[in-house]
Write a protein that binds this ligand. Sequence first.
Ligand code: AMP
Ligand code: GLY
Length: 459
Amino acid sequence: MTQSRRVLVIGSGGREHAIAWKLVRDGAEVLVAPGNAGTAAIAENVPLTGDDIPALVALAQSRAIDLTVVGPEAPLVAGIVDVFTAAGLRIFGPTAKAAQLEGSKLFCKQILHRGDVPTAMFEEFRSIARAREYLLAREDVPVVVKADGLAAGKGVFVCKDRSAAVAALDTLSSDPQFATATTGILIEERLDGIEVSVMAITDGRTIITLPPLQDHKAAYDGDEGPNTGGMGAYCPTPFVGAELLTEIESRILVPTVHALRRAKVPFQGVLYAGLMLTAQGPKVLEFNARFGDPECQSLLVRLESSLLELFDAATDRRLDSVEPPVWCAGASAAVVMAAEGYPGPIEKGRPIRGLLAAAGVAGVQVFHAATRSVAGAVVSDGGRVLAVTALGDSLAKAKLQAYAGVREIRWQGAWCRKDISDKALAFEWATAADAFDPDGTPDSIATDAGGDTMLGVGQ
Ligand code: AMP
Ligand code: GLY
């Protein structure tokens, strides 16, 4: 058992609630800045946001925090890790330079190129006019138009033809929210296949690959409607069996970590690969520099061993000395309950009922994503409000329990996707027992060509 330690978690979403929940289970005393009504019930909320880095440094010093964990990407890209480290404070996450892997799609492509990591072919433009000329001069094929910088998930346009791509460029040039993100433009080959996510914890040298997941980015059932931050996730996904996970580790994750180190931007933190499983094998769509949300929730309910130990070891650059994490058998599903109107404009402040009843459903953890307490009541405070997460001894059971939890919860206008994990269930039914390994036996400790220890953790 870990001795009681004081850990600060930065962020206010379901991901941060799940991280705080797990750290408390690992024996830590946890502060969350700023947190939500869910984190207030298990930890101490401090009313500071991730962009107030000087105040967070002062908090870490005055409260003798011995490890800070950063949930969202914005403070990472803004350099919170650099500032904490310069102040002699321990912090888990990549530096501003390394977080450019998520913050700049062009930087990401350069690293992928350096590491010879499979990804979509692309062309890079420094002006929208040049990108338009290129589109008009070449064959009319499906492409993806991307703004280089962070654009809250809105700077990517998957286009079926040239006219849709030109329209995407028009949107990028006319909307002021893209002004800084469009100093670079990428036009990418559109990849077809199944999208999955594989995350790893790394200290810049050694990686621990986490069980593969699938997110549900589209707002509505059947992957219809606009893209969101994620409407649900499940873990593990049967689309990535043990063999494919090993391939993803050796062809994508390890070469990326090494390419970053060779570029003198060692990456410490969570490396999140958004992948397309194409007919030619897995290819990188994007990298994030942090846990996904709600992927993190469905991942952490399955983690039986200590998360704090993994964070500590990555921060101290001794991941090669830790035991591989232990995952509970079976599967998990996280269903996001959203406010009316999400991902468009929403109203906040709707009282939420049934949280206790939902928490009483077997296997269910209700992680708060955007809530706050008002006079003892929990009210909604954003678009994605809760992530109702359940464990089951099979994916079908995890899904059943998660939706049993959802049914207990009510507020005016609440809604969710009804089909979280259905693609996997259909695949499981279609392929039956021998096509994949549902127990996902943790596999080997392998050493790659660079001499670094690489822990393959299976599913
Ligand atoms: P990104 O932020 O780069 O991951 O893009 C957001 C979403 O756009 C991804 O989750 C994919 O669904 C889609 N996408 C991005 N790049 C491509 C691509 N080259 N081909 C097909 N879909 C893509
Ligand atoms: N759920 C997608 C993300 O966190 O980026």
